[in-house]
Design a protein around this ligand. Sequence first.
Ligand code: CP3
Length: 355
Amino acid sequence: MSELKNDRFLRALMREPVDVTPVWMMRQAGRYLPEYRASRERAGNFMGLCANPDMACEVTLQPLERYPLDAAILFSDILTIPDAMGLGLYFETGEGPKFRKPVRTEADIQALKVMDPYKDLGYVMDAVKTIRRELNGRVPLIGFSGSPWTLATYMVEGSSSKDFRRAKTMAYDQPEVMHQLLDTLAQSVTAYLNAQIESGAQAVQIFDTWGGALSHAAYQEFSLKYLQQIVSGLIRQHDGRRVPVILFTKGGGQWLEQMADTGADALGLDWTTDIGQARSRVGQRVALQGNMDPTILYASPERIRAEVGQILESYGRGSGHVFNLGHGITPEVDPAHAGAFIEAVHELSAVYHGE
Ligand code: CP3
């Protein structure tokens, strides 16, 4: 494998010294970029992009051609796992993801099998290998998966949901059934992330997008427990380097200590948590990733720069910070504003590093 030309993302995740704070954006390959929309048009639809390794590679690299980003993220989706388990994923324009065969009963869940990533999601592993080859050491490649709880919400609801009525009812009324689903998913996610690592992913992030919808007690029981199980089962060293694990529970600011206890290398923060306070709580143990409100990208470049400055100031001097948004970039953002954001991170952060 080729030497990394820019490894500040991996160094910051290990809290090793860097010259400037590294930055990437969740959903950095996406609909705000006209070149992404053109590629999706050519592929026919979103899943067509994901399932074709050359096209997945093409869109992964698009934001890197525009901006001096410090990491690439595999272009795929968290819902490839339930799709591979036979639930029949499809997207209806403007409505988000849907499943033809959601899981609603104990029998549905007993029929699910732990997924074999090489057999069932070979196209993802091919995409990882293709992207690594085309990146040629420019920046590290991030692999990812959804958390068991977040995947379970889509699998039980059959779509996105506002209140998670079906998934929560199953958790509260039939906890043993929900636990069986979560355990099958945790085993599948572990195998899937390890396969991505063996195929060339140099860091992995687990998206627990809906963990923050749970009560304090339910979060421990239905989300954190399985994050812990996955972290314990991951390959942590590959190709002569540590493979850092990032846990991102959206709305999880009150659980950072417990998330750090899983043994993850870094925690993702949404914008509702002050990053300086988060650092004083867990910054001796983990790196932090985040956490600008993605909506600030609609404001002027001057306002974006000021916000970046405040977050850098709140984190303070030294390594252990990967700059990101607190959630994915949205489709209506002006690409020039994303550029102003990335430039501000590199320009304003140098004074927080070095002698
Ligand atoms: O970050 C990246 O650039 C990598 C690619 C990526 C996508 N989805 C591409 C995508 C990643 C990391 C994801 C993760 C994902 N997918 C999550 C967790 C992160 C988060 O945002 O909370 C979730 C919950 C999903 C499920 C999902 N996929 C939803 C709810 C939607 C529709 C949302 C919307 O904005 O319409 C998707 C579709 C999707 N995944 C798109 C992209 C670029 C848009 C599809 C399109 O091109 O029409």
